[in-house]
Design a protein around this ligand. Structure first.
Ligand SMILES: *Cc1c(COP(=O)(O)O)cnc(C)c1O
Length: 480
């Protein structure tokens, strides 16, 4: 079975020298490799032809019906079957350089038996940072200023700009999103004996922050439509010990903040928004992060905007902000150097990171636009299939942003889709595993009926600017 597959895929890579440029283009179109190996009538590989070669020939006025024979690249690189690995590796690295994506492996009769493919060629990453604006300029500027550590103008600028963007009074830049959550717990004096309600679907940092301070997390179910924490379940899970709720705006989707804030007010609970996946999403026209007592953001490399590693706490309460500032900087007294008033942490961001952050924030609208557009292309490409359900983007009151384009497929097909995508070099990811399904956290489960069903169907697709229609079609073929 396996052999057959190999044979079939090799068949897609070879073309007879007597055929035409048009035939070669068809073949390349099928094999997605950007090249074909040209064989003679004895099936000996005698040269190669890439899509670039064909383009150049067409531009030099050769017609599509031109025979390949006289135009193939005869000076091609190949590996002899059985050649020792050292020499192969050396060839691939030194002689061939990075530009060779695919190299034929030939037997002694020069017949194709296999091929070597460099990973870079087929790999479609799940995300990559958008750094085409002033990122490099500001980074160099920060570097040349010698303020490369955790004080500097970019820090203050980034904090002010970001707080402003979210319509919140104050911001404190920190080393990452996880410590932002930890600091929020500390600032609100949440600790042993307190319960904190978290959604079953999130990245583990949310629940870990609760555990860091010795409090007890209470995991509740999500809503079927929005995939965010379900306000009804929050209300059911409240006990006299409940002290806070951490709504997570998951996959760019804002939570039902009106109901959550009403419940919090009624029961006198704090709200810490985990905004790590939804910079700029809005609920009733109000930017997320501006609802709760404290909002926590992440600027990790795969988030909507990034500083490499980084995070931020936002709050309108200057008392909480002062506390967070103290705690992130060793708990050291502002008035008296080296005099410590609380057990603090070193959770600071560097000026270099903040410089990148300022440049990212300048372009956040463009970045959102690019992501909406990409999601639109996926929607057009995938919606024709009844078996695929895209994340809802039209829930009332909520304007989501696109973080990772995420879809649901049939339960029993999900894992095979993921492994087929992987085989094609497409880095798709499974949905977050519900916290309640992990040994480490399951004792804290209150409810998880919907989260279980949805998570086992979810796939996040590569969400980067340069996804080609070809990749989208390939994905459609696999999951549709
Ligand atoms: C990424 C993420 C975090 C953690 O942020 P880091 O910067 O990676 O520490 C926390 N919560 C959620 C929901 C996240 O997606």
């Amino acid at each position: 079975m396996k052999r057959n597959n190999v044979a079939r895929s090799l068949e897609n890579l070879i073309i007879n020298k007597n055929l035409t440029l048009k035939d070669a283009m068809d073949k390349i179109n099928q094999n997605h490799k950007g090249t074909v190996f040209v064989v003679d009538n004895q099936e000996k590989v005698i040269g190669t032809l890439t899509d670039g070669d064909i383009r150049r020939l067409l531009l030099s006025d050769y017609g599509l019906n031109t025979r390949i024979e006289n135009h193939l690249m005869v000076d091609f690189k190949y590996i002899m079957f059985g050649e020792d690995i050292e020499s192969v590796l050396q060839k691939l690295q030194v002689k061939y350089g990075k530009r060779i994506k695919i190299v034929p492996i030939l037997d002694h009769n020069m017949r194709l038996v296999d091929c070597y493919e460099s990973e870079a060629y087929t790999y479609v990453p799940i995300s990559n940072p958008e750094l085409q604006g002033n990122e490099f300029k500001y980074l160099v500027d920060a570097f040349l200023s010698t303020w490369i550590s955790s004080t500097g103008e970019y820090i203050t600028q980034f904090e002010e700009m970001f707080a402003d963007y979210c319509n919140v009074k104050h911001g404190v830049a920190v080393s990452n999103g996880t410590v932002a959550l930890h600091l929020a717990m500390l600032a609100l004096d949440i600790g042993v004996g307190d319960e904190v309600i978290v959604p079953d679907i999130t990245f583990a940092a949310t629940i870990n922050a609760v555990l860091y301070v010795g409090a007890t997390p209470v995991i509740v179910d999500i809503e079927e439509e929005g995939w965010c924490i379900n306000p009804i379940e929050i209300e059911k899970a409240i006990t006299p010990k409940t002290k806070a709720i951490i709504p997570v705006h998951i996959y760019g989707q804002p939570c039902e903040m009106e109901q959550i804030m009403r419940i919090a007010k009624e029961h006198n609970l704090y709200v810490v928004e985990d905004c790590a996946q939804a910079h700029g999403a809005t609920f009733q026209g109000k930017v997320i992060g501006s609802f709760g007592d404290i909002a926590c953001f992440s600027f990790f490399g795969n988030k909507v905007i990034t500083t490499g590693e980084g995070g931020m706490c936002l709050s309108n309460d200057s008392r909480l902000i002062e506390k967070i500032r103290l705690l992130k900087d060793h708990g050291m007294s502002k008035e008296r150097k080296y005099y410590h008033t609380v057990v603090g942490y070193n959770y600071r961001m560097t000026n270099l990171q903040a410089a990148i952050g300022v440049a990212q924030l300048e372009r956040i609208e463009q970045i959102h636009e690019m992501r909406y557009e990409l999601e639109g292309r996926y929607r057009n490409g995938l919606l024709t299939s009844k078996r695929v359900e895209l994340q809802k983007n039209n829930l009332s009151n909520r304007k989501k942003i696109v973080w990772l384009v995420t879809i649901l497929v049939d339960d029993d097909k999900r894992d095979s889709c993921l492994s087929k995508l992987k085989e094609e070099g497409i880095d798709a990811r499974q949905f977050f595993i519900p916290l309640s399904e992990m040994e480490l956290y399951k004792e804290y489960t209150f409810s998880n009926r919907i989260s279980k069903q949805i998570a086992s169907r979810g796939i996040s697709l590569p969400t980067t600017r340069d996804i080609t229609d070809e990749t989208i079609n390939k994905i459609k073929d696999i999951i549709g």
